[in-house]
Design a protein around this ligand. Structure first.
Ligand SMILES: [Zn+2]
Length: 768
């Protein structure tokens, strides 16, 4: 029987499987092998067997059986994890422990293929390596995988061990938080939704503290400042309550923070790291004691590390496994001269100031040079190092940010400098930042192995993700990045404004054309069409941002309203952006939610303009349409039953600024025609005082000259509201109407001649 079967196999061995390849599954044939896992498998090992079964079936149509090592070992098998057969098949001990939580070894022995790995994530990662490398499976984003249809799934003879370059691998990009996508790309960051089956998290930040800016949580100015201002930063001789840091040399602060950290660890034990770090602004303490340490250490990290060391020392007595994490960020980024972080202290270096067009070691930008010095300094004195790197434009996630060619160099640079935990912050609040899916995927690959060559990875992604659109998308990508390849060029920084980058309107015009070609190339491939449409989104976004800003018209006093209609191009662009925004359903435009909402509102207003008003040559302007500077101090809007709309703008008598204005950029008027401007004003006179009541006029801001105005005295105005003719002139866009309370001589404590004044409305009348 055995012989017969062997014979049959030889006879049917197809030409596509070279003799040295082991066939795991062949289309249209019975399962060629069995998946074997330990009977006492961990959840991630159970899942590893299921994933191998699932994707093999998707590739070949063949469902491989899954068995445990309680049964005898099948003749042909893929053996997952450390089973009771391991040493027999290997011919020696497996030494799985040495692979750590994430590492794996892929070995073929005859008709057996072993995926050796630990129970945490190693076995699962080994299976993904097998599927990716020999099956050609790719997981580019949560919605886009490529699982090739194959006649056979075969594996070669090999014996290879892999371990990750970084213990904590966190491409902090929104889509990569998907647990399946993360695990399949071997990332294990804390933000990834990794359940038990994905192997969970090993480097958690505990105690509800997160990884940054924890001073307020550990010693709050709300609780302590009133009784103990000395706990907080002294800046320019004053203790600060707002935007403050801690006085790190104060022994009571140390006592409070230490006891809070210990209490938080007791409440939430088992995490790897607990954060003790500065707030997200400057204002470090400059009291004599703090300053003395920082001066001696030639860095503000002096007082910081001295403080954190003492906390770490206290924590260690009860929790020897715990590491205290702190920031080496902005003012603390330079390492101290003599103080050394304890072994259970981990500084986190942040690249916030750097240029990202080149990798840090390749950039000529001065901040990158300084960062290099700092990381080398820390690397030499720390047992553990955490790095927080930035990989997107945080002002506008969806504007082009050509940093892809810098990513690998940076990851290699951190690895060389002994960083164990790498956090690559991207657009984390929504999908489709600039090349978001590409960046997250590349980072995942390089966080595992920083030396994987860049070009094959780029080609892999572009072909798999964009399909027939790849040549156009790639041409765009190369052109985009070419703008920042001149080392003498301006740096690429993480709050750049798309209106002021090295990229030109000409570039954007070409870019739009390329993406149109890309979309046309995949018009019959819905998945790739979606990727191309959203790939183009940053180009449309930047073009929209670069359109000349037109202010919203609030006053219409023209025979020809159509003249003031927004031009067709921005209206169409806004409509197109909104369409794609809705299509994706989950785009975030900026890290700042206010900015995100503002940009969206702007598009909506442009795409859906209100109907134009009827032609008119006479219009009232209610007080609410005026701008008021220093609202609350110089004046405010008040209820006034004497006004038709029930409201007036009240100006106080404490000043005589031109505080209420109407810019003519917000008025639709007929250029070259003459208008009369009147104002309905009520002066609240101060009994028994004589002087100037108010002043008002029209000013030409461009040519810096008055176009008319009035300055009535208290003796010339009556009680109650009256109309005042202010000016007759031909308005232009740069003109503005202004009004303020009457002037008075401020010298010698003199005061205004009025109690205050109110403006009901203006009237604009075309005269000719
Ligand atoms: Zn101090």
């Amino acid at each position: 029987m055995k012989r017969l079967l062997f014979f049959a196999l030889v006879l049917t061995a197809p030409a596509w499987a070279p003799a040295q390849e082991l066939t795991l599954a062949a289309r249209g044939q019975p399962a060629a092998c069995t998946i074997v896992r330990p009977a006492a498998a961990s959840p991630s090992q159970v899942y590893a067997a299921e994933e191998l079964q699932r994707f093999t079936e998707q590739m070949t149509g063949v469902k491989l059986p899954i068995a445990t090592d309680e049964a005898p070992l099948p003749a042909r098998s893929v053996v997952l994890g450390d089973t009771r057969f391991t040493s027999e098949v290997l011919g020696g001990p497996a030494e799985v422990k040495g692979l750590g939580e994430d590492g794996f070894r892929l070995v073929r022995r005859g008709d057996r293929f072993l995926v050796l790995g630990g129970p945490v994530r190693g076995t699962l990662y080994g299976v993904y390596e097998l599927l990716e490398r020999f099956g050609g499976c790719r997981w580019y984003s949560s919605w886009h995988s490529v699982i090739p249809r194959r006649d056979a799934f075969t594996v070669p003879t090999l014996d290879e061990t892999q371990k990750p370059a970084f213990a904590l691998r966190e491409p902090f990009w929104f889509d990569m938080f998907d647990g399946d996508l993360a695990a399949r790309n071997k990332v294990n960051g804390n933000s990834m939704r990794l359940s038990e089956k994905h192997g969970g998290h090993s480097y958690r930040f505990g105690g509800g503290l997160g990884s940054c800016h924890t001073f307020d949580a550990l010693c709050s100015p709300e609780v302590y400042f009133a009784a103990h201002p000395e706990y907080f930063s002294e800046v320019n001789g004053k203790r600060l309550k707002n935007h403050t840091q801690l006085c790190l040399s104060n022994p009571d602060v140390l006592r409070i923070v230490t006891s809070n950290v210990v209490a938080r660890i007791r409440q939430d034990p088992g995490a790897a790291f607990y954060g003790v770090s500065q707030n997200d602004w400057y204002n470090y303490c400059t009291c004599p004691a703090c300053k003395a340490i920082d001066d001696a250490e030639e860095s503000h990290a002096g007082s910081m590390i001295a403080f954190v060391n003492k906390i770490a020392e206290a924590v260690e007595k009860e929790f020897p496994e715990v590491t205290i994490e702190t920031l080496a960020y902005q003012y603390t980024r330079k390492p101290p001269k003599t103080i050394r972080p304890r072994a259970n202290v981990m500084p986190c270096l942040c690249t916030i100031e750097c240029d990202f067009s080149f990798s840090i070691p390749a950039s000529a930008f001065k901040e990158d040079r300084a960062f290099m010095d700092d990381i080398r300094g820390w690397s030499a004195i720390c047992k553990r190092l955490y790095a927080w790197d930035y990989t997107t434009d945080f002002r506008d996630y969806t504007s082009p940010f050509p940093n892809v060619l810098a990513l690998q160099g940076n990851v290699q640079f951190f690895h060389t400098n002994r960083v164990d935990y790498l956090f690559e912050q991207g657009a984390y609040q929504g999908r489709h930042g600039d090349f978001a899916e590409l960046k997250a995927w590349l980072l995942a690959k390089w966080l595992w192995n920083p030396d994987l060559p860049q070009e094959p990875l780029l080609q892999d992604f572009f072909n798999g993700y964009y399909g027939a659109a790849a040549p156009y998308a790639r041409t765009y990508f190369d052109a985009l990045h070419s703008y920042y390849r001149d080392p003498a060029h301006r740096p690429l920084r993480i709050f750049d404004d798309p209106r002021h980058t090295a990229l030109t309107d000409d570039f954007y015009a070409r870019a739009s054309g390329l993406w149109q070609q890309a979309e046309a190339a995949v018009k019959d491939d819905p998945a790739r069409l979606y990727n191309a449409r959203l790939g183009a989104f940053p180009v449309l976004y930047a073009r929209m941002a670069r359109m000349p800003a037109s202010e919203e018209i609030t006053v219409w006093v023209t025979e020809n309203p159509k003249r003031y209609e927004a031009p067709a191009e921005p209206r169409a662009l806004a409509a197109e952006l909104l369409k794609r925004f809705e299509e994706a359903g989950n785009i975030r435009l900026s890290e700042n939610s206010g900015r995100h909402d503002e940009v969206l509102a702007h598009w909506k207003a442009l795409a859906n303009p209100p109907a134009l008003p009827a032609p008119q040559t006479r219009a009232f302007v209610e007080d609410k349409l005026l701008s008021l500077s220093n609202r609350g101090t110089w004046g405010d809007t008040v209820a006034d039953p004497l006004c038709e709309d029930g409201s007036a703008m009240k100006l106080y008598n404490t000043h005589y600024e031109w505080c209420a204005t109407l810019p003519f950029s917000r008025v639709a008027f007929d250029p070259g025609r003459k208008y009369r401007l009147r104002a309905r004003v009520c002066v609240e006179k101060e009994p028994g005082k004589e002087g100037e009541a108010f002043w008002a006029g029209v000013y030409d801001a461009k040519n810096r000259r008055a176009c008319g105005g009035i300055e009535p005295k208290t003796s010339e105005v009556g009680d109650g509201y009256a109309w005042y003719d202010v000016a007759e002139w031909a308005p232009e866009r740069d003109h503005y109407f202004w009004i303020g309370p009457g002037r008075f001589d401020k010298a010698g404590g003199a005061t205004s001649a009025i109690k205050g004044m109110r403006i009901d409305k203006l009237e604009l009348i075309r005269l000719d």
